[in-house]
Ligand binder design. Sequence first.
Ligand code: PEP
Ligand code: MG
Length: 569
Amino acid sequence: MSTTSTGTAPLPSATGPTVLTGTPVVPGVALGPVVRPAGAVQLPTGGQVPLDEAARPEEKARFVVAADTVAERLSERAAAATGVSAEVLSTTAGMARDRALRGAAEQRIDTGTPATVATTEAAQQFVDLFTSLGGLMAERVTDVRDVRDRIVAQLTGQGEPGVPSPEVPSVLLADDLAPADAAGLDPTRIVGLATRLGGTTSHTAIIARQLGLPCVVAVGGLDDVPSGVTVLLDGEQGTVTVDPDPEQAEGRVEAARLAAVALEGYAGPAQTRDGHAVQVLANVQDGAGARAAVEAHAEGVGLLRTELAFLGRSAEPSVEEQAAGYAEVFEAFTGRKVVLRTLDAGSDKPLTFATAPDEPNPALGVRGLRIARQNPGLLERQLDAVAEAARRTGSTPWVMAPMVATPAEAAEFADAVRARGLVPGVMIEIPSAALHADRLLEHVDFLSIGTNDLSQYTLAADRLSADLADLTDPWQPALLLLVQLTAQAGQRAGKPVGVCGEAAADPLLACVLVGLGITSLSCAASAVRGVGSRLGTVDLATCQRAAEAAVAAPDPRAARAVAREILLA
Ligand code: PEP
Ligand code: MG
């Protein structure tokens, strides 16, 4: 017998192991002792004596060495990582090298401030700046604080902050992870991850998905679980069982291992048990990602996020450079479907050469397709590069625009895409687009629903906010209703409607999406097998029943529960 807790109920329960529940993110089961990130770095508390003038150059050199060491360590980890992990680690390394941040610290040391205090004050200056710039910078603030802690730890010999590297495979419990900590996780030592905060679209969740690391977020009561205690983490049910019955726990681990072995046999193409074909595609950002997606048996690429290859670049890449990058992806899937998205710069993905740095409300600002308004020729040059890559590889890519709000925007974009012999589509990420899907389909050949943004705009909740993760849950019935409206418009027009947001990576939700009328699902390569295999266990009518029940449910938790009951019956 077990008890369930979603709050901060005292542990342990007298009636059996306590089961904490949260939001499931990455399926899989992990059993092991609890480890937690190293304690907070001790920052200087003030009251330090100013440095003598003679001591300042040496103090500055000490600071430079510490910042360089931190940057190099992160760069080395970036080089050993791939995909989003590599990108996150490079971004944090870049922050440790950032000239403005370092300059602000060095200036303080020049006037007599000790290096630890100078680091802390300079970091605070940037935290204040990013905070005043608005929501877009939320993740940057985490990066700045993370880099500050690493440099101060290096200066004071406190040891590197962040995730430990345990000898025994362990389950990591944390409030949330700094992006660099999540990206640096070693899945042979950390076999499961549960966080108190965070949502399904947070960096932590995206990286856990990429690593295939069983993960549950927004778990209530996690603070009360001591380090060293054994827990059973179930990334499909969204539970953390504290001090489980050893025999039952081993049984769950073995069942999950067998299920994973069965997944290895998945080779696509995906279809429901009764033969209804559904394309299961991959989200990628470059040629290397596309080749990994081929290995994972993705049927094609459902979302090539072109902006990710250009984050951190100060100037627009040439048409030739863009064409070479896109051609690598097209080549990996010769003769198969590849959907390329034009630059989705702005808000959570700022590009120095394309986005306005000073918008008060960037998520509602000039982002996605809208950047074309202020950057004459940017979109045209990108489309020229896509057309050139298509010519070189003999492919016919589908090309879609992000953040489309109106039929007029869709019409203008479609003209530019068709003029180059490419297939036009648009993303559905804004409620107005879902409501007017019929009208958009008068202009374009396909739609692809970005549930990450569609949930943030439907629920008016920042997708990166850990505090609002319950609102941006992809099982929100209002979000599912908009998906249904869009899919129905596709069916009326006889045109495909896919989902390429993180919702498509959840095997059970994938079945619900198919039941709503979605024709393709695009997810992280590591999720392709799980989604494709799950679809093969249910027939279309069951997916449709689960979909109706989920849309009618009062909240995400109930939607998930009712769909699970129907789909796993
Ligand atoms: C989405 O919004 O769901 C999406 C796929 O786009 P991105 O996550 O890149 O904003
Ligand atoms: Mg989006």
